[in-house]
Design a protein around this ligand. Sequence first.
Ligand code: IPE
Ligand code: IPE
Ligand code: MG
Length: 239
Amino acid sequence: MQLFKRRHEKKTQVDARLTHIAFIMDGNGRWAKKRSMPREFGHVNGAKNFKKVIRYCGDIGIKMITVYAFSTENWKRPQHEVDAIMGLLSDYIDDAVASMDENNIRLVFLGDKSIFPAPLRAKIDNVEEISKDKDLLLNIALNYGARAEITHACNTLIDAGKKNVTEADVAAALYTAHCPDPDLIVRTGGDVRLSNFLLWQAAYAELYFTDTLWPDLSTHEIDRIVADFYGRKRRFGGL
Ligand code: IPE
Ligand code: IPE
Ligand code: MG
C-alpha cells in the first residue's frame, strides 16, 4: 500500500533535437539599476546566474552551450565596468580549474584572444587545454563579434591560398568549427536583436526573446523555453 502520495512532476529532459543552446545574457545593468546599485553589481549577479544556468542545462541533457559574455562593441563601456566583467571572467576560469575533477565541462573561448593581456590569455589557453576531453561543451564568446569572426575566417582562407571557398570552408574557419550550429538562441533583457552574435551560425536557429533580465532567468523559465522550442516546427526551407 502506498502511504504517501508523491507528486510526479514531469522533469524536463532534452533529446538530439536540442543539442546546442546559446544565450545572449543581457540585462545585468538594468537589473542593478532597478535596485539602485552600480552596474557591476548586476554583472556579479549575472555571473552567479550563469553558473546556475550552465549546471541546469547540463542536468536536463543539453550537450553544448554557447554564452555571449562580452562583445567586440562592449569595449565602448566605461573602463571600470569592463574591468569588472573581465575580473568575473577570470574568477570563473579559476573556479573551473579548481573544480576540474568534479565537473564535466569543456571550455572553449570564441573571439580574438590576442587583445587580452598575457596573464588572462595564459589562463584561457590553460583551461581550454586541461578541459579538452570533457563531454559538455561550454563556448564563452568573449571579445566576440560575428562580423569580426567572419572577416577573420576570410583572412584565414586567403592565407591558406584558397581561390574559391565553399560554405563548409567558411564554417571550418569560424571560431565555432568544433561544434554544430545552435538549435536555439535565447536572449534575455527584452531587446529583440542579435547584437552581432553568431550571425552565420544563426541561419536556422530558433530564436527566443524574453523580457526577463539575465540575473533573474530561472530554471522554471528554461523549462518553459525548452517546451516552447519543442512546439516549433523546423523546416530548414523544406516542407
Ligand atoms: C549584459 O548585460 C552583459 C554584457 C553585455 C557584458 P548588460 O550589461 O548589457 O545589461 P543592460 O542591457 O545594460 O541592462
Ligand atoms: C549583447 O548585449 C552582448 C552581450 C550580452 C555580451 P549588449 O547589451 O551589448 O547589446 P546592445 O548594445 O543592447 O545591442
Ligand atoms: Mg545590454
